[in-house]
Design a protein around this ligand. Structure first.
Ligand code: SAH
Length: 204
């Protein structure tokens, strides 16, 4: 089914097939876990639909052994898919509840990921550069700190736009232009918003 929708990378298809998606969902949704739709997880967030996870993973264009940073760990599902693809994975989440939940499930399933509780807009300078950065929340603009943390040939895959509308998936690469990067449009998607700073406690 993902193949018919344009997912051609066998490494991605195999990784999606290997990850037990039901483990990342609230138990009330378990029976729907293998349908190609997004679902609510805790703290008003969603686990992306498999097609979106596959599309973003494929858009990185990376081979096994590459270093990838994910912004928005959420349930941990996308991070697990990246590990199954053979990537060395780092992931940041700004909501404590989701950070803790994803940490325990990833540990339980044996997925080795370096997780950070913090603001994804800042990336993780101490582990940079990254061959790929995947942002799984909608950002109104291209975060300069993340572009900076890309390796010279690395790709940043990020949905750009405001939460009320669809966003445009962009692939950003460093270049010698005035902006310091070039961008490619990959299609239209819908994500929850990327918020500034860590969860303050009174914003939810
Ligand atoms: N990748 C997730 C889906 C994430 S939904 C999965 O596979 O399940 C988007 C996530 O981004 C939410 O968990 C939200 O809390 C998180 N998020 C939003 N803004 C963020 C920020 N500035 N830094 C880190 N995480 C952020």
């Amino acid at each position: 089914m993902l193949k018919e929708k344009g997912i051609f990378d066998n490494n991605v298809l195999q990784a999606i097939a290997n990850v037990p998606r039901h483990q990342f969902l609230d138990s009330s949704f378990e029976e729907f876990a293998y349908r190609d739709v997004a679902f609510p997880i805790r703290a008003k967030q969603t686990i992306s639909q498999p097609y979106t996870v596959a599309f973003q993973s494929q858009s990185l264009g990376l081979s096994r052994g590459s270093k990838v940073l994910e912004i928005g760990t959420g349930s941990g599902y996308q991070a697990a898919v990246l590990v199954e693809m053979g990537m060395k994975v780092f992931s940041i989440e700004r909501q404590k509840d989701l950070f803790n939940f994803s940490k325990s499930i990833l540990l339980k399933l044996g997925y080795n990921i370096t997780q950070k509780f913090g603001d994804g807009y800042k990336g993780i300078p101490s582990y940079a550069p990254f061959d790929g950065i995947i942002v799984t929340a909608a950002s109104p603009d291209i975060p300069g700190d993340l572009v900076e943390q890309l390796s010279p040939k690395g790709s940043l895959v990020i949905p750009i736009g405001y939460p009320e509308n669809d966003q445009v998936m962009k692939r950003i690469k460093k270049s010698n232009t005035v902006e310091g990067y070039e961008e490619e449009d990959l299609g239209s998607f819908r994500f929850v918003p990327m918020l500034k700073d860590i969860e303050s406690g009174d914003s939810f």
